[in-house]
Design a binder for this molecule. Structure first.
Ligand code: NAG
Ligand code: NAG
Length: 364
């Protein structure tokens, strides 16, 4: 009798824990699968901030430094303009998707998306403009889905489109060729329009989740700090960044946000979300010591050399004899222009905190 009771009790006990185990596991799997199936694929457009290996597959990039060490020092050289992973890699990882294969790496698996970004790309003009990247995107979709617009629509409905960062190079070029902020400002409406049109185009193909990044706080980037250094302390803000260049980025971002608002009004069924690269970078620089960045390491390039606090302007990263700092994870910036893996990771965390809730809110 006592033995039977014990057996029954054990059975119940086991059954109970089995129940809660099963329940717990299924709850967990519902939760993860909701996240995991949030998006089936990611399609990315952009420049060196998110190129995961396209540029090294075109003739102009075949002999570029991005192909070999010290680029890729932390994650092996892949054609990424960093010592390791990029913001887009952390975004893919966040959504439980594999790192995006570059579109030009033929033979890759593109089931979970494709990356059309190219180092040096501009929104307007050049060989790998946004128009060119959109052409690639369309022919990729046509060849994958046998020119069937409905099949394309269905795929894109379950996908995330990252429309940039693109446009930064439309301004970098003219700035470094000596144009004034006033002159470069005249390019802003054209860049915003190209990005807006590109968003319209992917929506017409079926995209329903679109993230549109703005520009970084360029006044905090070593190449700007070194090239436009001045003894006039009134030109610097409290983070020792160049005010005028940050203001330029800010006003470009404002115009881009207005365009996004217009797009959102015209397409209420689509989530079109701004990604605030500007604030994300500022926030990472502000929190630098807590993120493991060494003293004075928040605006100092790791790779290359320069006779200034930004370590930029003498030997370029990847050129013969260019030094590399011992631990890239203690700097935000890698080569004066692009961030280290650590910088990318921290900025991506800031961005995800901000744009994922905005996306989900729209999806209800
Ligand atoms: C894709 O296929 C559609 C339908 O056949 C066609 O209208 C469109 O021009 C094609 N686009 C590209 C870029 O090949
Ligand atoms: C700042 O002043 C010093 C000393 O007069 C001068 O050598 C240097 O070139 C100046 N730097 C800039 C960026 O104008």
């Amino acid at each position: 009798m006592g033995r039977l009771f014990y057996q029954l009790f054990m059975l119940c006990f086991l059954f109970n824990s089995l129940c809660s185990l099963i329940l717990g596991a299924s709850l967990r799997s519902i939760r993860t699968s909701k996240l995991a199936t949030q998006f089936e694929a990611i399609y990315n457009f952009g420049d060196s901030i998110s190129d995961t290996g396209n540029f090294i597959n075109v003739p102009a990039g075949a002999n570029s430094p991005y192909k070999s060490l010290p680029y890729g020092k932390t994650y092996h050289p892949t054609g990424r303009a960093s010592d390791g992973l990029l913001i887009v890699d952390y975004i893919a990882t966040h959504f439980h998707l594999p790192l995006l294969n570059p579109y030009l790496a033929t033979g890759s698996d593109f089931k979970t998306g494709a990356n059309f970004a190219v180092i040096g790309a501009t929104a307007n003009g050049g060989d790998y403009s946004l128009a060119k990247q959109l052409d690639w995107f369309k022919s990729h979709l046509n060849s994958t889905f046998a020119n069937n617009p409905t099949a394309i629509q269905e795929k894109l409905k379950k996908s995330l489109v990252l429309m940039g960062e693109i446009g930064g190079n439309d301004f970098n070029g003219p700035f470094f060729q000596g144009q004034t902020i006033e002159q470069v400002s005249k390019l802003v409406p054209g860049v915003v329009k190209t990005i807006k049109d590109a968003v319209e185009e992917v929506i017409s193909l079926g995209a329903s989740n679109i993230v549109v990044p703005g520009n970084f706080a360029i006044g905090c980037v070593p190449i700007y700090l070194a090239k436009f250094a001045t003894n006039d302390s009134s030109k610097y803000d409290n983070l020792q960044c160049l005010k005028d260049y940050n203001d330029f980025s800010n006003s470009y971002n404002q115009e881009l946000k207005q365009a996004i608002q217009q797009l959102q009004q015209a397409h209420p069924e689509v989530a079109i979300v701004y990604a605030d690269y500007y604030s994300a970078l500022i926030s990472v620089i502000t929190q630098a010591p807590g993120l493991g960045i060494e003293n004075d390491g928040s605006k100092k390039a790791c790779c290359g050399s320069g006779n200034n606090p930004y370590n930029f302007g003498d030997k370029g990263c990847g050129s013969p004899g260019a030094p590399v700092c011992e631990d890239p994870s203690k700097r935000i910036n890698w080569d004066g222009v692009h961030m280290t893996q650590q910088g990318n990771k921290c900025v991506a965390n800031e961005l995800l905190k901000q744009f994922v809730p905005a996306l989900l809110k729209h999806r209800r």
